[in-house]
Design a protein around this ligand. Structure first.
Ligand code: UTP
Length: 623
């Protein structure tokens, strides 16, 4: 049998290696041939400091092996491996030190896209087209984020939404919407059997186990387990200086410190896991990406998908009107002096200086619509799978990264704490050729965007007139949207009142909620509302069933109707009761469960009319 030293010499490790990294060299016999290759790569990439404190063989050998297990994972989960990560990091750190402008040579202009107005004829045409296409869709939820700004102890997909009224968390709401789309799409296309819409969730070490548990303990909220795929993103190595030396974990000298790489990982994961290929073989045509806490999004999905299909967009970014200088990125066309061009999200703090530097002395200003001509990116993307897959075959899903080191001083020679490369899902178009069809769909924010990102304290500090993006505003936005949709469908819905919760002033509309299968599109809602109905501001209306028809209903209180799929229920007459009053809760009151506290309110369910129709048949609820 050959000795470890003979084996090592066969692998090409010479005397220099022994003198330059003596502590590693002494321990080489502990490593497998693959690990020795990785050790050579680390030394070649000037990472010898990682081994400075390695003790003699026989001491902490298990930890040394675990170190290389970690290196193996870091190497295989990054497109191009760790060497490529270090090389890219060196380039980006050098650009950051010299203050290089990433937009040098680019001129911004307004790209072309579709501006929709909820409920009008064009909108309904796109919704119809989108529902037809949905049977060829797959959904991807990115849910690996830490949610530091929200500061909630659980995972974000298990919070809120409008849980107070229906008991549904975000994940349930999303899954029920996908299932409703699946069914509706099959119906309109006259399909014999429903095609299961695939649903992928990107998790991370911070969210994976709890997401799995949430699904398992709720029977996947009605979806087939095989329909759902969890893809776990890995963290990336931290960097301790401008030379991209990897940082050791301050708690453990045998581990490299790691931090999240950002939601841009989703592209590489879909590709490397084989999921995209499987979807393509299964006939998927559209891949829809969305985020963990937006209770409104699915109201915008059918029409936006219709836009993608009708316009033939390879990439369609969902957007909302944006006030000039508002703190969300603007979708922008960038044209370079060398002829390159792309349609991309430009962060708000970069857009204004870029416009000023390229012949627009006023920078980012509102146009005649009262909004900036650059629509606000909400980071929900629809890709056409064919061109997307072809592009990923070339790039492996690698997304242009950035680095954001916090320097100790103006010399920019040292960092306050380690940094790492990051990437964003919306930067995917940066590598696309100019022939790629990249567009956007703008929809009013009230119908498309109400994320839950900020904790109550930070939300209360948001300047007046800007969105809070808190648990309070996220839930109230759903009641407002549903009330406004019912208004457009002909119901008289009383005006909201202003109220303050956790230091945030919000509009409080009647608490109207429905299951996705009741009103997936505006056409569905219109079909289910007839005659002259009215809802007072203090009311709560929960519609938990498919075929519930509202006809000449006067509601002043709380009404909850639940029906099985075979039941058809006509609801009318006058419902008047004490209803569900809103009670304020202070977020500092720790005797109240966290998910209630962070919203700042709960319901006092004093009196309601609650009816269930589980059997098939026709029913009438005449109060
Ligand atoms: P956010 O901007 O909300 O970031 O991410 P976050 O990390 O969740 O929260 P903060 O910044 O710590 O407060 C937008 C979306 O991207 C996902 C999030 O789960 C959310 O749906 N995300 C973010 C990932 O999936 N992975 C990441 O590494 C980062």
């Amino acid at each position: 049998m050959e000795s470890a030293t003979e084996g090592i010499s066969k692998l090409g490790i010479n005397g220099d290696f022994a003198s330059s990294v003596p502590n590693l060299h002494k321990n080489l016999s502990l490593l497998s041939p693959d690990q020795i290759e990785l050790a050579k790569m680390l030394v070649a990439m000037e990472q010898s400091h990682l081994f400075t404190n390695w003790p003699e063989p026989g001491v902490d050998d298990g930890e040394k092996k675990a170190f290389f297990d970690q290196v193996t994972r870091l190497n295989s989960s990054y497109p191009g491996g760790l060497a490529s990560y270090i090389k890219t990091a060196r380039g980006l750190l050098s650009d950051s030190k010299t203050g290089k402008n990433p937009f040098d040579g680019f001129t911004p202009s307004v790209p072309t896209g579709e501006n929709l107005s909820y409920g009008d004829e064009t909108f309904m045409k796109f919704e119809e087209a989108g529902v037809k296409e949905a049977q060829n869709a797959a959904f991807v939820l990115v849910a690996g984020g830490l949610g530091e700004r929200l500061g909630y102890n659980g995972i974000k997909v298990n919070t809120l939404c409008f849980k107070t009224t229906t008991g549904a968390c975000f994940l349930q709401h999303y899954i029920e919407n996908v299932l409703a789309l699946q069914e509706a799409s099959c119906k309109v296309t006259g399909g014999q059997s429903e095609r299961d819409i695939p649903f992928a969730i990107m998790t991370s070490d911070d969210t994976h186990a709890r997401t799995m548990q949430l699904l398992e303990s709720n029977k996947y909220f009605g979806m087939k387990p095989a329909q759902i795929k969890l893809l776990k993103q890995e963290k990336v190595a931290c960097l301790e200086d401008n030379d991209a030396r990897l940082a050791l974990d301050p708690q453990n000298k045998f581990r490299i410190q790691t931090k999240p790489h950002g939601h841009g990982d989703v592209h590489a994961l879909l590709y490397s896991s084989g999921v995209l290929e499987e979807w393509q073989r299964g006939g998927v045509r559209w891949v829809l990406f969305f985020q963990d806490t937006n209770g409104l999004l699915f109201k915008a999905i059918p029409a936006s998908l219709g836009v993608s299909a009708t316009k033939g967009y390879h990439v369609n970014s969902l957007a909302v009107p944006r006030k000039a200088k508002e703190a969300i990125g603007g979708i922008t066309k960038l044209t370079h002096t060398d002829g390159r061009s792309m349609v991309i999200n430009v962060e708000y703090n970069q857009l204004d200086p870029l416009l000023r530097a390229t012949g627009n002395p006023d920078g980012d200003v509102n146009c005649e619509t009262g909004y900036s001509p650059f629509p606000g990116n909400i980071n929900q993307l629809i890709m056409e799978l064919g061109p997307y897959f072809e592009e990923l075959k070339k790039t492996g899903g690698a997304i242009k990264e950035f680095v954001n080191p916090k320097y100790k001083d103006a010399s920019k020679t040292a960092f306050k704490s380690s940094t790492r490369l990051e990437c964003m899902m919306q930067d995917y178009p940066k590598t696309l050729p100019p022939s790629a069809r990249v567009g956007f769909t703008v929809m009013d924010a009230w119908v498309a965007y109400a994320p839950v990102k900020n904790n109550p304290e930070d939300a209360a500090k948001v300047p007046k007139g800007n969105p809070y993006h808190s648990a309070t505003s996220g839930e109230m936005a759903v009641y407002r949207a549903n009330s406004l949709i019912l208004r457009r469908a002909g119901v008289q819905v009383e005006d909201p009142v202003q109220q303050e919760f956790n230091g945030q002033e919000v509009e409080v509309w009647p608490r109207v909620v429905w299951k996705p299968k009741w009103g997936l599109t505006f056409a569905d809602v219109k079909k289910k509302v007839a005659g002259s109905s009215s809802i007072s501001q203090k009311s709560t209306l929960a519609l938990k069933g498919r075929n519930i028809f509202i006809e000449n209903l006067s509601l002043d209180g709380a009404l909850v109707v639940e029906s099985g799929d075979g039941a058809e229920v006509k609801v009318g007459g006058s419902v008047k009761n004490k209803g569900w009053a809103i009670e304020k809760v202070d977020y500092k009151d720790t005797s109240v469960p966290e998910e209630i506290r962070i919203r700042g309110f709960r319901f006092q369910k004093t009196e309601q009319l609650e009816k269930q129709y589980t059997e098939p048949g026709k029913f009438e609820l005449k109060a």
